[in-house]
Design a protein around this ligand. Structure first.
Ligand SMILES: O=C(O)CCC(=O)C(=O)O
Ligand SMILES: [Fe+2]
Length: 324
């Protein structure tokens, strides 16, 4: 039997209430980043041992599940309306969701952001934005966000990403694990997809400030052992660099979208989804945004396992240059 891609754990009601009471009075975690990380170490004890065990498995067991869904981690009881603009600063009395994400994600590695994306802000607000309904990006809504590895184009993309749900909205996040895809490929498809015959340009969010669309050098889609492969693909952006590669990529897309490989996760307020960005692809269904303050609202955070290996790309405290 193939293991599921995303493991699920539940935070019990007692732990959740204690956590919410402890986190609600804390200041904005961005105010003093290093102090927040130090405090995060103490706050880990607010999660049950079962949750902490599952986070350790995600970090330390490369052959285990590619994702972890923590249901009912904790909610912000004084949440304002969903902002209409993802980049708008909204003054808030508490930051329970951001703290939950910071505590969990920082136990997976070093938190990072990208210079070219949303001005290098650590926490990215994922809300539908008016005027971008049909853009294939995290700001879109009417159009589905195709399966992708986060920052496919970059050599220093995140190893993990975390999504915290402030407000749900029906739209499911989909996840597909590389170990589940590999058995569906013929030897020929596997071989072509394991060769550096694919290119991925920068997505719209990384080009808003006038950046060039050119991505990194040609890359493989699969790497590593066939039983536990790593996958690097953005089904919207990645192209084969020759006819044969393009044909096999189209076949792969068909396998991804036609089969029942995708796991559908509807995030509810207080849930956290942690994904290993090397081991799975994720995307989002289309949905109807209302733009009335009640829309879906997630927060996203990126993690690098080994910040030392990309230190030449550091351009700020936690900010990496994603492009060349
Ligand atoms: O909205 C979602 O469920 C996923 C969005 C996404 O892919 C991302 O924020 O990286
Ligand atoms: Fe994403």
């Amino acid at each position: 039997m193939v293991a599921e891609t995303v493991a699920e754990v539940f935070q019990d009601a007692h732990a959740r209430e204690r956590l919410e009471a402890r986190f609600a009075p804390l200041d904005n975690p961005c105010d003093d980043f290093l102090s927040s990380l130090a405090l995060a170490e103490e706050l880990r004890g607010c999660f049950s041992r079962e949750v902490r065990r599952a986070v350790r498995a995600l970090r330390d067991c490369p052959h285990s599940q590619a994702g972890l869904l923590i249901r009912g981690a904790g909610r912000d009881r004084s949440l304002p309306a969903t902002p209409s603009d993802a980049d708008l600063f909204v003054e808030r009395p508490s930051h329970v969701g951001e703290w939950i994400l910071l505590v969990l994600a920082s136990s997976l590695g070093a938190l990072v952001s990208y210079r070219e994306q949303r001005a290098g802000r650590l926490f990215n607000q994922i809300v539908p934005v008016k005027g971008f309904e049909d853009e294939i990006s995290s700001q879109g809504s009417r159009t589905a966000l195709g399966l992708h590895r986060e920052c496919t184009f970059s050599e220093v993309g995140p190893d993990f990403l975390g999504l915290y749900c402030h407000r749900g909205g029906g739209a499911a996040t989909s996840v597909v694990g590389a170990t589940r895809i590999a058995p569906h490929l013929t030897d020929r498809q596997w071989r072509v997809l394991s060769e550096p015959r694919f290119v991925t340009p920068l997505p719209p969010a990384f080009r808003r400030d006038g950046g060039s669309a050119a991505g990194a050098a040609a890359h493989c889609i699969f790497s590593g052992e066939r039983d536990h492969p790593e996958i690097r693909l953005d089904t919207t952006l990645t192209r084969g660099s020759d006819g044969d590669a393009q044909t096999v990529l189209a076949e792969l897309n068909q396998i991804l979208y036609d089969g029942d490989l995708r796991e559908r996760i509807v995030l509810e307020p207080g849930d956290v989804l942690l994904l290993d960005n090397r081991k799975c692809l994720h995307g989002r269904e289309a949905f109807d945004a209302r733009f009335d303050g009640s829309d879906r609202w997630l927060v996203r955070l990126y993690v690098k396992s080994d910040i030392w290996s990309c230190r030449e790309r550091l351009v700020g405290d936690h900010v990496l240059a994603a492009g060349q």
